[in-house]
Design a protein around this ligand. Structure first.
Ligand code: UGA
Length: 434
């Protein structure tokens, strides 16, 4: 099939590359000419495990192309994916100006039937808004489809190539058939393609992310309660997770969820609900708990030092909002660093991928180290903020010799408490029994 992908951000690039992998002819378009040039030269602008291999393979085999010319991109395409940013507007609702702007441009260019697909997370009713724009600006036939993306950063390629399900929101039979054919190679293992109307599909995406965020906030509250009543959240998690109705995944307490999706999507769903005059109480609590959760680790640090962090030096392991990504959007680590600096502390940090991005935001307010142990030199304590694999089994002798004091605050519950105590560490984690 011939496919155009408008927008080469994270979702667009993964979508375009993975669609080329099953033999489709894909052309990705972006208004950022430097970025397009970079990709034309074979340089991948984002870090995502496994993507580079597919990116190069499909470019080399002539199936993946890049352009900054929208007309060229969509001329032959049967399906046009919109993977454009929908940043939160001032009032918390998603800003649709990029998506609707692209719809208008496309309307002015198309000459035959096209399937126009929203891939980015868009509020309920967006497909109708796109349809209204198209109706106004073209007489050519088209179908607007909502096809939300459920991929996770860090495992995006795997998620795209082997999705749990594909949701296709449209009542247009021709578009359903084309979309079904496009996705057939990805659901070989029997996972379903679920067809529905556009609004249900748009809401599915928000409901999925908000439900997952709810799981996390719920477990974070259980962890906080564990600390007060002398229970251990690891035990409780295992105890409840073995009930299939609850499930083992996404029950890890920590310093709160971050990233470009959960915070934005929970907020946007609460806002849409409010607009529909529905008070979605659970969502408001999910957001409040998440806000509090990133503060909890700082409060613990503050308490340990009797409220005075002035002149203290902290080593930080992990800056990205989660492992296997360089993404620092809404990363709890940034909030925690900001608080420590405000109170007069200094920070030396290490992250396997995210340091250049952090440097771009906060510059030299903190020190960045070449490897993880260098950050520990002369530090009063280590704070573990992202659960990268390299932090899971560190050399504890090195920790002991490099840190000024044997103090570890662990925001991701990585270490065995008994081992830490036996090694003589002061060890504080989230919701676990000491
Ligand atoms: C999330 C969803 O998982 C994807 O299905 C969805 O497609 C994507 O948003 C999106 O809307 O684009 P992502 O933001 O990449 O994916 O990251 P997750 O792996 O879901 O993690 C989100 C946050 O939750 C991270 O900050 C992570 O540390 C936190 N988390 C996750 C926990 O605190 N506890 C857990 O048990 C799991």
């Amino acid at each position: 099939m011939k496919i155009a992908v408008v927008g080469t951000g994270y979702v667009g690039l993964v979508t375009g590359t993975c669609l080329a992998e099953t033999g489709n002819q894909v052309i990705c378009v972006d208004i950022n000419q430097n970025k397009v040039k970079m990709m034309q030269e074979g340089k991948l602008p984002i870090y995502e495990p496994g993507l580079e291999l597919l990116f190069h393979r499909n470019i080399n085999q002539g199936r993946l192309h890049f352009t900054s010319n929208l007309a060229e991109a969509i001329a032959e395409a049967q399906i046009i994916f919109l993977a454009l940013p929908t940043p939160p507007g001032g009032d918390g609702s998603a800003d649709l100006s990029y998506v609707l702007g692209a719809a208008k441009d496309i309307a002015g260019l198309i000459t035959d039937y096209k399937v126009i697909v929203t891939k980015s997370t868009v509020p309920v009713g967006t497909a109708d808004k796109i349809t209204a724009v198209l109706e106004q600006h073209t007489k050519v036939e088209y179908a607007v489809v909502s096809n939300p993306e459920f991929l996770r950063e860090g495992v995006a390629v795997e998620d795209f190539m082997k999705p749990d399900r594909i949701v296709i929101g449209t009542l247009d039979e021709r578009a359903r058939k084309l979309m079904g054919e496009l996705y057939a190679p990805y659901v070989r293992q029997g996972n379903p393609i679920i067809y529905m109307d556009q609004r249900s599909s748009e809401l599915t995406k928000y409901a999925a992310n908000s439900f997952l965020a709810t799981k996390i906030s719920f477990m974070n509250e259980i962890a906080n309660l564990c600390e007060l009543v002398g229970a251990d959240v690891d035990m409780v998690r295992r105890g409840i997770g073995s009930d299939e109705r609850i499930g083992r995944r996404f029950l890890f307490s920590g310093i709160g969820y971050g990233g470009s999706c959960f915070p934005k999507d929970v907020q946007a769903l609460a806002k849409s609900a409010a607009e529909a005059e529905y008070d979605f109480k659970v969502l408001n609590a999910v957001m409040e708990v998440n806000d509090i959760q990133r503060k909890i680790l700082v409060q613990k640090v503050r308490k340990y030092y009797g409220g005075d962090l002035k002149g203290k030096k902290f080593a930080i392991w992990g800056l990205a909002f989660k492992p296997e990504t360089d993404d620092i959007r809404e990363a709890p680590a940034l909030y925690i660093i900001d608080e420590l600096l405000k109170e007069g502390a200094t920070v030396a940090a290490f992250d396997p991928e995210a340091m250049p991005n952090v440097k771009g935001v906060i510059g030299d307010k903190i020190t960045y180290t070449k490897e993880q142990y260098e950050a520990l030199e002369g530090a009063d304590a280590l704070l573990v903020l992202t659960e990268w694999s390299v932090f899971r089994t560190p050399d504890f002798d090195k920790l002991e010799s490099l840190l000024k004091a044997k103090v570890v605050f662990d925001g991701r519950n990585l270490y065995d408490i008994q081992k830490m105590i036996d090694c003589g560490f002061y060890y504080n984690s989230i919701g676990r029994k000491v």
